[in-house]
Design a protein around this ligand. Structure first.
Ligand SMILES: CC(C)(COP(=O)(O)OP(=O)(O)OC[C@H]1O[C@@H](n2cnc3c(N)ncnc32)[C@H](O)[C@@H]1OP(=O)(O)O)[C@@H](O)C(=O)NCCC(=O)NCCS
Length: 149
């Protein structure tokens, strides 16, 4: 993974993003990208981005930037993160987290949050390795994590 970069969704990369896991029948602790794209369409504060390795889509991340959001944990942070199966454990997820953190800094923020499904099959270890810590709170049955910038 030498040439990772972040891009907005375009007609050229949309279908690569939609092919990322999970598809409807898959068991994974994150929603399909199609749901996220639909949510972003109706939610102007959503920040969906694809992760490209060269011109190949290897991941998708969606953040949200809304200081007026009722639930504080949804004001600034990661809503979704999907990495292609064949690209996992090669730094794509960490790159996406770093890019969201960078965007948060550009916006003058000092913290981002994420919710994750608890348990050994969830992404907890990944987020802890990326610098998040558990706040001790749970929301909708998920663990609340924060990354101080
Ligand atoms: C979780 C996920 C985003 C991780 O992406 P990734 O590109 O494989 O992660 P990276 O290669 O950037 O890993 C960063 C660090 O986390 C560790 N890590 C990644 N996945 C891990 C796992 N499943 N278990 C333990 N450690 C893990 C890596 O070893 C690496 O550790 P290091 O700092 O010691 O080198 C990816 O596996 C995925 O898309 N999973 C399914 C969907 C999901 O859970 N999304 C998050 C929803 S909130």
């Amino acid at each position: 993974m030498v040439n990772l970069h972040l891009a907005e969704l375009t007609p050229d990369n949309l279908f690569g993003a939609l092919r990322l896991p999970p598809q409807a029948a898959d068991e994974e602790p994150v929603a399909p990208v199609a749901w996220s794209v639909a949510e972003a369409y109706v939610n102007p504060t959503a920040w969906p981005r694809v992760v490209l390795d060269g011109d190949e889509v290897v991941g998708f991340v969606m953040a949200n930037w809304n200081p007026d959001e009722e639930i504080p944990e949804f004001r600034a942070g990661i809503w979704r993160l999907n990495v292609a199966r064949e690209a996992r454990m090669r730094g794509v997820g960490r790159f996406a987290v770093d890019q969201v953190a960078e965007e948060a800094r550009r916006r003058g923020l000092d913290r981002i949050t994420v919710l994750w499904v608890p348990g050994p099959d969830g992404p907890e270890e990944f987020y802890l390795r990326c610098g998040f810590r558990k706040t001790g709170d749970h929301l909708f049955g998920e663990v609340v994590g924060e990354l101080l910038l």
